[in-house]
Design a protein around this ligand. Structure first.
Ligand code: FES
Length: 503
């Protein structure tokens, strides 16, 4: 799992691990682009800011994205008008359009060299049956005030039946942008601590106490910017979101480059854009999405993308392969604002639905305005404490069913037999005497066993043989083969089991 972005920046600033108790105005948990953008705006306004991350900056979703900066979030605007009305649909569009300008302003003001380029963005189809839907979306977007266009040709290396074009969107290198934000934050006296995992947050009178392994940060405000919230209640975001994994490859196709950013609306989804790579451009192709933790064969995920590219560029070379996972909300709108009506001064931005570049800027502006005592003109549609009737009732039903199916009543035993039947370099859940144990056998035959129960809410984990991880089908937490927690909402590692190999 090697993201091109993470490999593209060699001179990243380094940060230290927190080793003392401190107090601050705002404590931000998570140093992805959302957390850093909050830190940037707040530190610029003179707030004392501390940002914590259990890894380095931008190592998770922000470092694995396609990094398209666009208000074109698949075919969402007709859906928003139909479900919430024109006012909220327009708020959503205007907020994301403004985010593009905001990001450009940050880049200009801070002189961030991050390969920012204005590009048009397209949702295209090669399927005649989808043309009508795209035309309707175009009419809706025009009604909301954006000059989008329905087109029937594109620069893609294959014929399309139609596309909706959003002009003057953008793309960049997210790691270079994040480094620029981090440098600006420290210049404004903000503090960033990496390799500093947060285990608990408690309210103590008017302040929050954020606990790391050995230290505590006291603050008036908290911003949860750690992708999927790890606090279950109040808030109950685990009932409103799931996670989706998607795959990306960076491909050298020679000098046959073209302009634009592209995605199609229905499965199988393919997303395209170019990125700067040394002195040339490489094509980024994304797709093969699935719900994280699904019990499906993942072995073809990258080859689906590679085979698609080979159709048009048979001599192309794949340089990088990586995957990412996004929080998907059931009503397709991010949750931005107060974490809960019961918890004032704690804020959240999550559920960016694969469109985190603009959504993270929208979220940062709304939350920073809230902390500064201002009303943000876009906040209503994203309100994190909203209650809309759930439109996506099918997925809600699936989530409840998956959670119920996967809940296991604790306990398991060390296996006595059947270890030989496990193939090398693969993992299985063995059921022995009605109890479950997750075992990975590496290439050399070494065994690693864990209790395959998610430390978030106790669902049974699935083995992911691409990344050698244990993935949760309920809300998308992931753990490495030794049980180390990689992705929220779980924050604790899996229990490790010692195997007695004597049968
Ligand atoms: Fe919620 Fe696993 S992520 S139970």
């Amino acid at each position: 799992m090697s993201s091109y972005w993470l490999n593209s920046v060699k001179d990243k600033p380094s940060f230290t691990t927190l080793n003392k108790n401190i107090s601050t105005d705002v404590c931000i948990v998570g140093a992805g682009i959302f957390g850093l953008t909050c830190g940037y705006y707040l530190s610029k306004q003179g707030f004392k800011v501390v940002i914590l991350d259990k890894n380095d900056i931008c190592q998770k979703v922000s470092g694995h994205t396609t990094a398209k900066i666009t208000s074109q979030h698949n075919l969402i605007y007709k859906y928003l008008v139909d479900s919430l009305g024109i006012k909220y649909a327009k708020q959503y569009l205007d907020a994301n359009q403004e985010a593009i300008s905001n990001i450009k302003n940050i880049i200009d003001n801070e002189n961030i060299d991050c390969d920012f380029e204005i590009q048009d963005s397209y949702i295209y189809t090669t399927n005649e049956n989808e043309v009508n839907e795209i035309q309707l979306e175009n009419k809706t977007v025009n009604t909301l005030g954006l000059n989008s266009e329905f087109v029937t040709t594109s620069a893609l290396p294959f014929k399309i039946k139609g596309a909706i074009k959003f002009p003057n969107q953008a793309q960049f290198n997210p790691l270079k942008y994040a480094v620029g934000l981090a440098n600006a934050i420290t210049k404004n006296s903000g503090e960033i601590y990496t390799n500093t995992a947060v285990y608990d947050i408690k309210k103590n009178g008017h302040e929050f106490l954020t606990h790391t392994q050995d230290n505590c940060i006291s603050s008036k405000y908290i911003i949860l910017a750690s992708h999927y919230p790890f606090i279950n209640a109040p808030g109950y975001y685990f009932l409103k979101m799931y996670q989706s994994t998607s795959y990306l490859i960076a491909v050298d196709i020679g000098d046959k480059t073209f302009n634009g950013m592209y995605i199609n609306p229905q499965s199988p989804i393919f997303s395209y854009r170019f990125a700067n790579y040394n002195d040339k451009k490489v094509l980024l192709v994304g797709g093969a999405d699935h719900k994280t933790g699904s019990k499906i064969d993942l072995s073809n995920a990258y080859s689906i993308l590679e085979n698609e590219v080979k159709k048009f560029y048979p001599k192309s070379t794949v340089l990088y392969r990586w995957n990412t996972q996004d929080c998907i909300t059931l009503d397709k709108i991010p949750y931005i604002g107060e974490f809960s009506n019961l918890m004032s001064n704690m804020y959240i931005g999550t559920g960016f639905n694969k469109w985190g570049m603009t959504s993270s800027n929208v979220a940062a502006n709304i939350i920073v305005d809230n902390i500064s005592g201002k009303t943000n003109k876009f906040e209503d549609v994203f309100k994190s404490t909203r209650f809309h009737p759930i439109k996506n009732s099918e997925e809600f039903g699936n989530m409840i069913k998956e959670t119920t199916n996967s809940l296991i009543i604790n306990k398991f035993k060390v296996p006595q037999q059947r270890l030989k039947s496990i193939q090398h370099d693969s993992g299985v859940v063995l059921e022995i005497d009605n109890e479950k144990i997750g075992i990975y056998k590496d290439k050399d035959g070494k065994l690693f066993a864990v209790k395959p129960i998610c430390t978030h809410l106790g669902c049974l984990l699935s083995w992911n043989n691409i990344d050698k991880t244990w993935d949760c089908p309920c809300h998308g937490s992931r753990f490495d083969y030794m049980g180390k927690n990689l992705y929220n909402p779980a924050i604790k590692d899996l229990e490790i089991i010692e195997i007695d190999c004597t049968n």
